[in-house]
Design a protein around this ligand. Structure first.
Ligand SMILES: NC(=O)c1ccc[n+]([C@@H]2O[C@H](COP(=O)([O-])OP(=O)(O)OC[C@H]3O[C@@H](n4cnc5c(N)ncnc54)[C@H](OP(=O)(O)O)[C@@H]3O)[C@@H](O)[C@H]2O)c1
Length: 280
């Protein structure tokens, strides 16, 4: 299969490795050139329709992933990517649509804030600017009439994402962290889960329109901080107001993706962080 990964970064490069190993032809797309890459990289801004159209017009892609990250955490940057980027992609695809467009979305689209369970059927009416922009991207894709699959991703952690570990190592803990449920996924699971969806699709399984990508264990941030502290022999001494006023508190269910046969490499934060700490 010919596969294009728009927003070829950390997740995209891990996904590409898996897809290449399966024998697919994979191209990446990003704005800045890389010194080396194991696959052809198109240098393009996804919001530049003409450029994108000519790239997509040259190769008949069967699957296109949309996973660029906004440059800054501002309403304009989010709107730019999820509104202009998604619109450009859909228009560029119109003449010869791929079999499937897969969007890397986010659980930030949910408005829930009382530690409720949410799944793919839950309403998603966040008031946060980032979640609203992502939801707008989803809606543009849903209204396009093109075959698509939206993967709502929880907080990604993994190698090179050591912010939480570093904070705990320095003795910091978060105010009110015992009250707030968070949801995570190790980046290797996130990439493997997306490759799994491609495998299902190429084998003729019709995918659902939305999947949640999160591990088995919604957990309070406080529990994760305490677990990490215990495993690093650190005393948490410095309370820090940190936050993420937009993250809410919810518990995400992953039954739908598990029902497809996906088996998590790291089913919970203990498995994932143990592996990360061992590698240090
Ligand atoms: N991190 C999380 O916890 C989390 C949670 C939910 C969802 N997600 C989503 O998961 C996806 C992948 O995340 P990631 O961690 O792999 O991000 P990443 O490492 O930052 O990669 C994203 C890539 O997008 C490219 N990009 C940004 N703007 C672009 C544009 N206008 N046109 C073309 N390419 C552009 C960037 O390369 P250039 O700068 O070279 O263009 C970058 O390499 C993103 O959509 C992100 O929003 C992440």
């Amino acid at each position: 299969m010919h596969i294009l990964i728009i927003g070829y970064g950390d997740l995209g490069s891990r996904l590409a490795r898996l897809l290449l190993a399966e024998g697919h032809s994979v191209h990446g797309l990003k704005r800045r050139a890389l010194s080396t890459a194991p696959l052809p990289i198109h240098i393009c801004d996804v919001t530049e329709y003409q450029q994108l159209k000519s790239i997509i017009g040259r190769t008949k892609y069967d699957y296109i992933f949309f996973m660029p990250t906004p440059d800054t955490r501002t309403p304009d940057a989010y709107r730019h990517i999820y509104h202009h980027g998604m619109t450009a992609l859909i228009n560029a695809c119109r003449p010869t649509p791929p079999q499937l467009i897969i969007m890397a979305s986010s659980i930030s689209v949910y408005h829930h804030n009382n530690s409720e369970w949410v799944d793919e059927e839950s309403e998603a009416h966040t008031t946060s600017f980032n979640g609203q922009a992502v939801r707008m991207g989803e809606k543009i894709l849903q209204a396009s009439g093109l075959n698509h699959c939206i993967v709502r991703i929880a907080g990604i952690y993994g190698p090179q994402r050591h912010r939480l570990i570093a904070r705990v190592r320095n003795g910091y803990y978060t105010a009110n962290a015992d009250q707030r449920y968070t949801n995570r996924i190790h980046i290797d699971d996130c990439a493997a889960l997306m490759a799994h969806l491609i495998n299902l699709s190429t084998n003729g399984t019709a995918l659902e329109k939305i999947y949640l990508a999160c591990d088995d264990a919604p957990v309070t941030l406080g529990e994760v901080e305490k677990w990490l502290a215990a495993h690093m022999n650190v005393h948490l001494t410095a309370r820090q107001e940190r936050h993420s006023a937009t993250a809410g508190s919810k518990k995400c269910r992953n039954q739908r993706i598990k029902k497809t046969g996906y088996r998590f490499i790291y089913p919970d934060y203990r498995a994932g962080y143990s592996a990360l700490l061992e590698r240090e």
